[in-house]
Design a protein around this ligand. Sequence first.
Ligand SMILES: Nc1ncnc2c1ncn2[C@@H]1O[C@H](COP(=O)(O)OP(=O)(O)O)[C@@H](O)[C@H]1O
Ligand SMILES: [Mg+2]
Length: 244
Amino acid sequence: MNINIDNLTKSYENNKVLNDININLKNITSLAIIGPSGGGKSTLLRILAGLEKPDKGNIKINDWNILFNEKYLKTYRKNIGMLFQAYNLFPHISAIRNITLPLEEVHKINKKEAFKKAQSLLERFQLSKHSNKRPDKLSGGQKQRVAIARALALNSEFLLFDEPTSALDPELTMEVLDMINSLRKENKDLILVTHEMGFARKACEYTIFISEGKIIEHGESERIFTSPKSEELKRFLGKLFQWH
Ligand SMILES: Nc1ncnc2c1ncn2[C@@H]1O[C@H](COP(=O)(O)OP(=O)(O)O)[C@@H](O)[C@H]1O
Ligand SMILES: [Mg+2]
């Protein structure tokens, strides 16, 4: 995927949350966004998802030159997938229905096709035996995996994930990260906000480090984690790894 962000700024009241973000990336398949809490990662992702309007700036992802009007955003959102930390599923319907419903309602796919597609995805990700359970009968990891399966069913052009494992125990985190990693085989482009540094390093080819509303440093993940240049990134990684 190609990502081009120019002069992106976003404030809440008097608080500048994103302060002149600029980046130009070509042919990226997996992008990690890391940085301290409160730095603006989620805000950036929500803007990229067309869920929030910037104060100013231009964003182009692939052929989408994002216009922040409802008509444009409605089409745009239909074509991308977004996954949050938790609460991604409709709570009152089964796992499989969570997948078939948007296929039928939003994408106008007939019931039979939608069911077939949902079933084959659940099977592929070893979720078949949970297909008739409602979300409250699933573990956190299973819920996130169903949510990812749904995003895949919708055939999104790319996926935006905001800390999809941060509400999960370590073991469940691993099953979700494994699944996200397997998306690479699908050639599914992905932008992932994460505090899983090992995953960012090994599974994402490129990493952006954001702190206090600015991109402090970005580069190939291996380089970012092995030889950080800025004091901010060194400090951030130092703090994270002091107990490893
Ligand atoms: N809807 C909002 N209204 C007011 N302030 C917000 C809102 N969303 C985020 N913020 C503030 O913006 C800053 C960046 O938040 P966020 O993008 O969530 O950071 P991160 O995801 O890196 O932790 C924080 O100071 C947060 O309190
Ligand atoms: Mg966040």
